[in-house]
Design a protein around this ligand. Structure first.
Ligand SMILES: O=C(O)CCC(=O)C(=O)O
Ligand SMILES: [Fe+2]
Length: 204
């Protein structure tokens, strides 16, 4: 594969439906099970102490964490252990989708159980905002909302399905985005339902 499947544009965010076929999704899921065994999912809280509905872990040199001390990248899991390496299939997808970019330093693993959501936000904790963010969805469908680079402007939404990718790059690198809800049980990839979202980022 040299170019990858056809992409759609959602307010400048590149959506690549069906990037991973079901076999590749199952293979990746197997790697993620090992990843989560080494670095268990955590319920982070906002700096004000409100728990996030999305549970998270990470791989790579850095993971993203949040607690009373604020939102930040950390070089260790809250357990004190190092983050596991980013699975090779994800590094390959990054190279396919954003060939000119630096190597990713973080793969954030988000798990959305029933009722979990993520409010509109910008990804701006990274030092080099010229580098893209690549996001991959697995499991249940998620309603992905994208706005502009200022809060409160018009937004558009689309459903991200298992195997779909989204790339935040160029002028849309700082687009507000979030996940309003998931269609719990819409995919058979995860036996007990839920949605996994993987985001690859250059941090430094
Ligand atoms: O779950 C998604 O599709 C988006 C995740 C996200 O925006 C983030 O982790 O910063
Ligand atoms: Fe984000």
């Amino acid at each position: 594969m040299t170019e990858g499947p056809a992409a759609l544009d959602l307010k400048g965010v590149r959506i690549v439906p069906g990037l991973l076929d079901p076999t590749a999704q199952a293979a990746l899921l197997k790697e993620l099970r090992a990843l989560v065994a080494a670095a268990p999912l955590v319920t982070h809280s906002t700096p004000r102490g409100k728990p996030l509905s999305v549970r998270m872990t990470a791989a790579g040199r850095f993971g993203w964490v949040s607690d009373r001390k604020g939102y930040r990248y950390a070089d260790r899991h809250p357990s004190g252990r190092e983050w596991p390496p980013i699975p090779q299939p994800l590094l390959d997808l990054w190279a396919l989708l954003v060939p000119g970019a630096r190597a990713p330093e973080c793969c954030l693993v988000n798990f959305y159980g029933e009722g979990a959501r993520m409010g509109l936000h910008q990804d701006r904790d990274e030092a080099d905002l010229t580098q893209p963010v690549v996001s991959l969805s697995l499991g249940d469908d998620g309603l992905f909302r994208v706005g502009g680079t200022v809060r409160g402007g018009p937004t558009r939404s689309c459903w991200l399905r298992s195997g779909d990718a989204a790339v935040l790059e160029g002028p849309a690198r700082l687009a507000f985005h979030g996940v309003d809800r998931i269609r719990f049980g819409s995919s058979t990839l995860l036996r007990d339902g839920g949605r996994i979202n993987l985001t690859l980022r250059v941090v430094t």
